[in-house]
Design a protein around this ligand. Structure first.
Ligand SMILES: Nc1ncnc2c1ncn2[C@@H]1O[C@H](COP(=O)(O)OP(=O)(O)OP(=O)(O)O)[C@@H](O)[C@H]1O
Ligand SMILES: [Mg+2]
Length: 275
């Protein structure tokens, strides 16, 4: 059977950069010759289709249809390989339904763990994926818990905002119960927070929650000004931030493929106060 590693990208608070990082990491992993799949599981607020530049005409089905068992997963898959002009890698994307009707319907019906598990397994098998990235809705709710339960690795995205950092502790507590390896990416670190302070925050996360921080990405106005219209690493291949994404992807590959790894932690301690 094909070994597909499932990585769930989550955060406690919204707007931390999950979708942006998922899209950029997926493209970077594909550029590193990996076969990559991405599922938009933010069923309440889907957005990855915008970042990937998917138009309505490209969509033959959504993850909502698949989870409601009205179509096979292959019908919802969009092959992005040629769009990103890959030499060796491969990238497929499963969008979420973004009309009001679709969103309300899936909120009403929900979906079950076993259907979701089968869908992920099928995706991995049919497309021989090395990595399957799942973008999520923020916070603790049924879908994020299911994604956490089914993933092999959890990547938590957090700003250095105290609300986010505290929330990362809560997410880690759940991941710890599920025995999932977790790593944190700090994102949108303001320029006023220097490297020493950023390291102090990382150390505090380790001390309090047993969390490891993979990297700290700066706030970058070019990302914001891109208005989520496109994948940054594709649009600015020579930008220092693109290099940072390559470093993150390589660090993750090394941690996952050559483990046991120090990068991910499974200690999930009870969330406490950051103060
Ligand atoms: N490092 C960064 N610097 C500046 N802006 C960023 C950075 N990362 C993400 N952004 C911007 O922040 C906004 C939120 O990002 P994104 O949509 O990826 O977050 P999210 O966690 O997926 O949000 P949601 O919880 O709503 O799904 C977007 O406008 C995005 O372009
Ligand atoms: Mg998002």
């Amino acid at each position: 059977m094909y070994l597909t590693r499932i990585i769930s990208v989550q955060s406690f608070k919204g707007g931390t950069g999950k979708s942006t990082i998922t899209a950029n990491l997926a493209v970077t992993l594909a550029h590193l010759s990996k076969r990559v799949g991405v599922v938009d599981l933010d069923l309440e607020g889907p957005g990855l289709h915008v970042i990937f530049g998917i138009s309505d005409g490209d969509v033959r089905g959504t993850i909502n249809d698949v989870l409601q068992r009205s179509i096979p997963v292959s019908q919802a898959v969009i092959d992005l390989t040629s769009r990103i002009r890959l030499k060796d890698g491969y990238l497929v994307f499963v969008p979420a339904g973004h009309t009001l009707e679709e969103i309300l319907k899936i909120l009403d019906t929900g979906f079950n763990l076993f259907t979701f598990k089968n869908v992920l397994e099928e995706l991995g098998k049919i497309y021989r994926l090395d990595y399957l990235l799942i973008d999520s809705h923020p916070g603790i709710e049924k879908d994020t818990l299911l994604a956490m339960a089914l993933c092999d690795y959890l990547v938590l995205i957090s700003r250095v905002d105290q609300q986010d950092l505290f929330g990362s502790g809560v997410m880690t507590e759940v991941a710890g119960q599920l025995n999932k390896p977790v790593v944190v990416i700090l994102n949108m670190v303001p320029s006023s927070v220097n490297e020493k302070e950023s390291k102090k925050i990382s150390d505090r996360l380790t001390e309090l929650f047993g969390l490891r921080v993979l990297t700290a990405l700066p706030f970058n106005s070019d990302v914001l000004e891109n208005l989520s219209m496109g994948v940054f690493v594709l649009e600015r291949p020579k930008d220092p931030l693109t290099r940072r994404f390559t470093e993150i992807a390589m660090k993750m590959l090394e941690a996952i493929e050559t483990g046991p790894s120090e990068e991910f932690s499974t200690t999930g301690r009870a969330a406490g106060s950051l103060a």
